[in-house]
Design a protein around this ligand. Structure first.
Ligand code: SF4
Length: 338
C-alpha cells in the first residue's frame, strides 16, 4: 500500500454549492474548507439540512459544486483539483474514491445477486478480467467484510440490514480505494449492528490504509470513529477540531448544544440539555450576521450584523464565533459530578 500516514490526501477549499430554481437561490454549502490526511477519519456532524450530505456529494462529484476546490492526491502521486479534471482522469480516480450510503437496501439492486452487485465495479472498470479472477476478488473481499461466501448467489432481500451494509462496503472496497465517503452509513441500523459495522470499518481502515469522511447526525457514533470532527450549521463549517478536543472543549455554542443532547449511559454523568430554540433557518433566506444568532443563548448585538470568520485557535482547532474565546463552554469533561 502506497502513501504515508499524515500525508494530506484531500484539501477542501472554499467549497460552495448553490441550488437555483426560478427566483430562489439556496446556498446549501458556503465556503467550506478543511484537510484530510491519509489513514484518518474525519467526522462531519450537524442537524439534517446543515449541508453535510451535499458536502460529501460535492467531494465525490455526485453533484457539481458551484465554487471551490477539492485538491486530491491520487495513488500515482499526482495532486490535482478533482473538480476540474477531465473525463478520462476522472474515470481513473473514481476507483480511488468510493461512497457507502445510508440505506443498504435501496442502494443495492434487488434484481442482482450479491456476487454481481459486489463485482459490478470490476466489470465496469476491468471488462476484460476473466470471470474466475473476478469471482476470486469477490470471495476475498466478502470474507474480509464478514459475509458468508456460501450465500453470495442469493439476492439482497435474503440478507439482514447489517449484512446488506456489509455487501455495500464490499462493493465500495473491491477496487481498493483510498478514500471512502460514508454518508450516514450506520444510521439505518440497530444499535448493536451499528457497533459491529463501525468496528468492521475501523479494522478495514487499519488493514487497507483507508481514509474516511464519515458523515452522520449521530455525535456518539462520530465520537467513536473519528480522529477529527467538523460541525456544520446551515451550510457552513462552524467548528473543526481533533475529536477529544471538540468533545471536552467545544468553543461554538451550537457544538455545545449538540453535545448536551447526546445520551450518556453513565449514571454519574449529569446532562444539562441545552435546548436549541426554534428551527434551522431557511437556507434560501438565511439570517444576517452569524447564521446561528436566532438560536444562540449567548447572542449579542454584534452577532446579528457581523458574520464571524472561521478562526484558528491553535492545536488544529478552528471556530466561527465572535465570543469563542471568552465563553467557557461545557464539554463532556465538565459534566462529570465530583
Ligand atoms: Fe452565538 Fe454570537 Fe457566537 Fe454566533 S457569533 S454563535 S450568535 S455568540
Amino acid at each position: 500500500m502506497s502513501g504515508e500516514k499524515n500525508e494530506r490526501i484531500l484539501q477542501v477549499r472554499g467549497l460552495t454549492k448553490r441550488f437555483t430554481s426560478k427566483d430562489v437561490c439556496v446556498r446549501a454549502l458556503t465556503d467550506v474548507s478543511f484537510d484530510v490526511c491519509r489513514g484518518e477519519t474525519i467526522g462531519i456532524v450537524g442537524e439534517s439540512g446543515c449541508g453535510k450530505t451535499t458536502l460529501g456529494r460535492c467531494i465525490v462529484r455526485a453533484i457539481e459544486a458551484s465554487e471551490g476546490e477539492v485538491i486530491y492526491r491520487a495513488l500515482d502521486g499526482q495532486e490535482e483539483d478533482f473538480l476540474k479534471i477531465d473525463k478520462e482522469r476522472m474515470r481513473q480516480i473514481r476507483k480511488e474514491i468510493q461512497m457507502i450510503f445510508q440505506d443498504p437496501y435501496s442502494s443495492l439492486d434487488p434484481r442482482m445477486t450479491v456476487v454481481d452487485i459486489i463485482s459490478e465495479p470490476i466489470r465496469a472498470n476491468y471488462p476484460k478480467m476473466p470471470k474466475r479472477e473476478r469471482e476470486q476478488l469477490v470471495m476475498d473481499i466478502a470474507q474480509k467484510v464478514g459475509l458468508n461466501t456460501t450465500y453470495l448467489r442469493r439476492y439482497p432481500h435474503a440478507f439482514s440490514g447489517g449484512q446488506r451494509q456489509r455487501i455495500g462496503i464490499a462493493r465500495a472496497l473491491i477496487l481498493k480505494p483510498q478514500l471512502i465517503v460514508c454518508d450516514e452509513a450506520v444510521s439505518a441500523l440497530d444499535v448493536s449492528i451499528q457497533a459491529q459495522i463501525i468496528n468492521l470499518l475501523k479494522s478495514l481502515q487499519r488493514d487497507m490504509n483507508l481514509t474516511y469522511l464519515f458523515i452522520s447526525h449521530d455525535l456518539s457514533v462520530v465520537e467513536h470513529i473519528s480522529d477529527k470532527v467538523g460541525v456544520m450549521y446551515l451550510g457552513r463549517m462552524v467548528e473543526f477540531a481533533p475529536t477529544e478536543e471538540l468533545f471536552s472543549h467545544p468553543m461554538h455554542p451550537y457544538t455545545e448544544a449538540l453535545l448536551s443532547a447526546v445520551p450518556v449511559a453513565d449514571p454519574d454523568v449529569r446532562m444539562d440539555r441545552i435546548p436549541l430554540e426554534g428551527e434551522i433557518p431557511n437556507p434560501a433566506n438565511p439570517p444576517s450576521g452569524c447564521y446561528f444568532h436566532e438560536r444562540c443563548r449567548y447572542c449579542q448585538e454584534r452577532c446579528k450584523t457581523e458574520a464571524p470568520a472561521l478562526t484558528d485557535v491553535g492545536g488544529g482547532h478552528t471556530v466561527a464565533c465572535h465570543r469563542a474565546q471568552e465563553l467557557r463552554l461545557s464539554g463532556f469533561d465538565y459534566q462529570k459530578e465530583a
